[in-house]
Design a binder for this molecule. Structure first.
Ligand code: FAD
Length: 488
């Protein structure tokens, strides 16, 4: 931890300074009176090391990340965000921005700098007449789903309801309904963003269109989004959804059948596969718990009868141990994987994009799944395509409009003694799958040690993003993200 207390004198009076991590490297002193002035200016609060609430506020989803910010600013609105951004810039202090705190790379929290925590800014306002929602920058997907579904409306988001809307949207955002409705960013109408100069801007297709383009996929590189405005679509509140649990012995044949059926699936249907050990959940028969299984998880974003028909070919595959597909409240289905993805575990992820789930790629995945290093590890195969891929790659900063499947190696465990084994398993699988992959990667699935993949993540949009970075954040104040250095 960089923070330290240094007594000095100022005009003969005793003055206390704290050393913060400096943007320029090294440390920079900040006096307690300056911190006091910031405290007084905020609607929200400042938490310093040792103060009540500090440790809870610095904890994020991935328990591998254990950093101690010099100060946490818990913002209550745009005014607080402006104060924190100005304070960090004027003092030259490293700044981390926390939305939902879910990102695997851990960029929501910094060592010795300022952590700007938006977790108290979770309001969601739905206007059912215009079918629009305005969502604050610290909201979780569950906040968005619950408020929109009260009106039978939805915006496509991810599959784990405790994820933050901010990080997810800024990276692109996809989930169960994206094949029908597009990425989260394809439904984004405007953002309110505090840029590095401390200005709050309303940014949309006509106001700062270059910045609006950049925030739709460019991550947190351009400022702090205090609110997002989304266009909503009709959905639910009940949807055909659920999962099918199969013995792992059937997985090779099921993968081939999945490939065939997925290629013919309508946009409304999204089907993901998971290779893992069966969890100790009540729906899993006792004799199958902790045994390798293949899970087919699906959701139909449309009428129930059509959903039953679309799901039928997947339900007819093999002899499932459990078939839980049926009508479920969409809000419930959005949270179905939450118990398996709860915060507090150690996590290391790597990810590949696939154009096709070939036999060779399937063999690599199956082989790895026979040697899972812990009972919580999983290989996720997420189906993209549909409406996501009909948007041109340069329409937004998100370039991956040709990906059919994204494979996420979710390595997850509890005991730090297993760190080496688990990360090695991930890297081995990642390397073995590379020859069958496209080379691109979803920016939101990248761990902290993949700086060499950032250009691949932004692909053909990288140069334009670097230009936007130069324009809106020339000092690279927003650097704790999958960072785009400032263009010369
Ligand atoms: C269990 C799990 C399941 C997931 N499932 C999906 C999925 O189905 N689909 C999908 O698309 N993604 C998914 N993701 C990835 C997810 O989109 C990213 O982890 C995302 O970054 C999380 O956003 P957050 O706000 O919670 O993250 P944080 O860790 O808070 O932030 C992530 C990054 O965004 C920046 N940031 C956060 N808030 C703001 C803001 N208001 N303004 C500017 N910058 C900000 C941060 O500084 C950081 O760089 C999943 C992640 C996890 C852990």
């Amino acid at each position: 931890m960089v923070t330290e207390v240094v007594p000095t004198t100022e005009n003969g009076r005793k003055k206390v300074e704290t050393s913060f991590q400096a943007l320029s490297g090294g440390t920079v002193p900040v006096s307690d009176s300056e911190i006091g002035a910031l405290r007084g200016a905020l609607r929200g609060s400042v938490l310093l090391p040792g103060e009540p609430g500090y440790d809870a506020a610095r904890a994020i989803w991935n328990a591998m990340i254990d950093r101690h910010p010099g100060m946490i600013v818990q913002a209550l609105g745009a005014a607080d965000v402006i104060q924190a951004v100005n304070f960090a810039r004027e003092h030259g202090v490293v700044l981390a921005v926390r939305g939902g705190g879910h990102n695997i790379a851990g960029n929501a929290v910094c060592e010795g700098g300022i952590m700007l925590d938006l977790s108290r800014m979770r309001s969601v306002h739905v206007d059912p007449t215009t079918r629009r929602a305005r969502v604050e920058g610290g909201a979780l997907l569950s906040d968005v789903d619950k408020e929109t579904q009260a009106f039978g409306l939805a915006v496509p988001v991810g599959i784990n309801s405790t994820t933050g809307i901010a990080g997810l949207t800024l990276g692109g955002g996809f989930g169960w309904t994206s094949r029908k409705f597009g990425l989260t960013i394809d439904n984004l109408l405007s953002v309110d963003i505090v840029t590095a100069d401390g200005t709050l801007r309303r940014v949309d297709a006509t106001q700062h269109p270059d910045l609006f383009w950049a925030v739709r996929g460019g991550g947190g590189n351009f400022g702090v989004v205090t609110s997002f405005e989304f266009q909503l679509s009709s959905l639910g509140p009940q949807v055909i959804s659920g999962l099918l649990l199969h013995p792992f012995a059937e997985a090779p044949a099921l993968l081939r059948e999945y490939r065939r059926l997925a290629a013919a699936a309508p946009d409304e249907l999204c089907v993901w596969l998971v290779l893992r050990k069966a969890p100790p959940a009540s729906f899993v028969p006792v004799e199958w718990r902790d045994k390798e299984v293949l899970i087919i998880a699906l959701c139909y974003a449309g009428p129930m009868e059509a959903g039953e028909a679309a799901a039928a070919p997947f339900r007819a595959l093999g002899k499932p141990i459990v078939d839980l597909v049926g009508p479920h409240p969409f809000v419930g289905w959005e949270a179905a994987f939450d118990p398996l993805l709860a915060p507090g575990a150690r996590n290391y992820w790597k990810s590949h994009d696939l154009k096709q789930l070939t036999d060779a790629a399937s063999d690599v995945l199956l082989d790895a799944a026979r040697h899972l290093p812990s009972s919580e590890c999983e290989v996720f195969i997420g189906q993209l395509g549909g409406q996501i891929n009909r948007v041109p790659a340069d329409a937004t900063a998100y370039p991956r409009r040709d990906v059919a499947f994204t494979v996420n190696i979710h390595t997850r465990w509890r005991d730090p003694a297993q760190d080496a084994v688990c990360t090695a398993w991930t890297r081995t699988l990642f390397k073995a799958l590379a020859p069958h992959a496209m080379g691109s990667v979803y920016v939101n699935f990248m761990p902290a040690d993949e700086a060499d993949r950032i250009q691949s993540a932004f692909g053909s949009n990288y140069a334009r993003l670097a230009e936007a970075k130069r324009r809106y954040d020339p000092q690279n104040l927003f650097r704790l993200n999958q960072n785009i250095p400032v263009a010369a």
